[in-house]
Design a binder for this molecule. Structure first.
Ligand SMILES: O=C(O)CCC(=O)C(=O)O
Ligand SMILES: [Mn+2]
Length: 205
């Protein structure tokens, strides 16, 4: 299977809907659901602290720390399954990753709001490889500034075993989200492989 370019202006988005064989994806979904120490973290939303509508975990090389709201977040070590996946994703994308953010969407009510993965720690040309396991969820992309990038929002259905790659300048011009859905109630796991470039140099302190 291979990554196919989705033609969008000011973006480089590629998708392989069948990156992992269905039985491999199903086994991984079960293993990671069970062994990852999932956390339910708060976030600041318009100045108020609220719980994230999903569970998360952060794994990576010890140097791949990033600071967030003045806190230095230490990654958990790679598990054998995550290490092997990283290698497979690196081979398929010709890129290097030193960390992975895991999101567990427990039901269709768990979600991810509109954002870009453009934190300074990801450098000027972020590359994000996003692997999905479990239930299919709709991934939305829309221009950050619709008068600059003349394109309608798009939707991609990310099924278990799919790999989505977002290369520069996607994060600069586009936002993405995983909205709530009434349709799907089964859990979904998403792994975004990232390269943290300047570790603790971000966010002052
Ligand atoms: O769950 C997804 O497909 C997207 C996750 C995401 O955008 C992120 O972790 O930054
Ligand atoms: Mn993202």
């Amino acid at each position: 299977m291979s990554l196919t370019l989705i033609p969008l202006p000011h973006a480089e988005v590629l998708l392989d809907p069948h990156f992992l064989a269905p039985n491999v994806a199903a086994d991984l979904f079960k293993e990671l659901s069970d062994i990852i120490a999932w956390r339910h973290e708060p976030i600041k939303l318009f100045g108020k602290e609220v719980m994230q509508p999903r569970l998360t975990a952060w794994h990576g090389d010890p140097t791949a720390r990033y600071s967030y709201s003045g806190l230095a977040l230490e990654p958990q070590p790679w598990t054998p399954a995550l290490q092997q996946l990283r290698q497979q994703v690196q081979d398929a994308t010709n890129a290097h990753f030193n960390s992975v953010l895991l999101n567990l969407y427990r039901t269709g009510q768990d979600s991810m709001g509109w954002h870009a993965d453009d934190e300074p720690a990801l450098g000027p040309a972020p590359i994000i490889a996003s692997l999905s396991l479990g239930a299919t969820r709709r991934f939305r992309l829309r221009p950050r500034n619709p008068s600059q990038v003349l394109h309608a929002p798009i939707s991609l259905d990310l099924s278990g075993g799919s790999l989505l790659l977002m290369r520069a300048p996607t994060q600069q011009y586009w936002l993405h989200a995983v909205p709530k859905t009434a349709r799907s109630s089964a859990p979904r796991l998403n792994l975004t492989f990232r390269l943290i470039i300047d570790g603790l140099a971000v966010g002052g302190s």
